[in-house]
Design a protein around this ligand. Sequence first.
Ligand code: SAM
Ligand code: SF4
Length: 327
Amino acid sequence: MLIDNHNRVINYLRLAVTDRCNLRCNYCMPSEGIDFAKKDKLLSTAELSKIGELMVQMGIDKIRITGGEPFVRKDLMTLLRNLRNNSGLKDISITTNATLIGPHIDELKALGIKDVNVSMDAINKATFERITRRDHFDTVHNNLIRLITEGFNVRINFIVLDGQNVEDIIPMLDLQKHYPVNVRFLEEMPFNGGSKKFNSIKWDYKAILAHIRKTYPEIELVQSPITSTSINYKITGHKGNFGLIPSFSRTFCGSCNRLRITALGDVITCLYGPPKINLREIVRSNSPDDNIKDAIRNVIGKRAKTGFEAQKEHKGVFDNSMTSIGG
Ligand code: SAM
Ligand code: SF4
């Protein structure tokens, strides 16, 4: 079992498989993109599989595949097959923009990968395309409905962006009236590749809840697992629940159970902090498995207590993009 220096069990790995993406969401990166990593700096499928397997041996029981956009990686399904068949891990999930998932839905189902988070920050086509700077709304919408109707556990991640998609909060929530889907509203974080700097946000989780209550005054709080980052609610008559994720306010650090490994092999022990070690060269130098595990245990033993504490470890304001961290 992996336990950090604040007695938190770490059992959840967010594994990024690429920093590239076919969208350019304006809260995530500038329109011209970021300085994407050279291919040889990205972990190969074999390296990702090995790291996944070692992490499972160490006590990780849930891996979420993220990016960048995971499905821009042509060999993604090979990695998923490896993780499913070799690591013994049951809980594999994916966060995706749902533009490219269509051809893989049947195989995901066959592999038993049923938890899919779809990032969709607008239900209005023009708003969606303004935010993502690409015209893929119809594909995303079709894939979303297909995933839901084929029985996947789908959660929609919706970042509330001042002046951009506030009008879409209620229509997006209303999807839950008709479909068993959970919509989660997230606070915007300052990981946008330097395109916008801010130290406070207007749409924090309290403001989002107050906005929703104007339309739905009768909202019921739902009990959530202690490690959940979302505060979850039910609206009578809705098929799904909705959640608020205080990703900027950071109210959930006390029970944080997650570790991040980026597509370049950086180990990030707190979303708000800088990387602690890079596994790529350690893995490429054919280090014994125990050395790799020790390196990981070592940084888990020095985790910042909160995101605010971790943020101080950055020199100056951070200007990295979520596409290179994985969300
Ligand atoms: N491309 C995939 C997607 O969009 O779902 C996976 C990677 S994306 C970086 C992972 C998550 O991070 C998405 O839900 C996205 O909305 C979220 N995200 C990106 N930039 C963010 C920001 N500045 N603040 C809050 N969430 C952000
Ligand atoms: Fe791509 Fe996801 Fe970032 Fe949007 S949020 S630009 S889909 S990585």
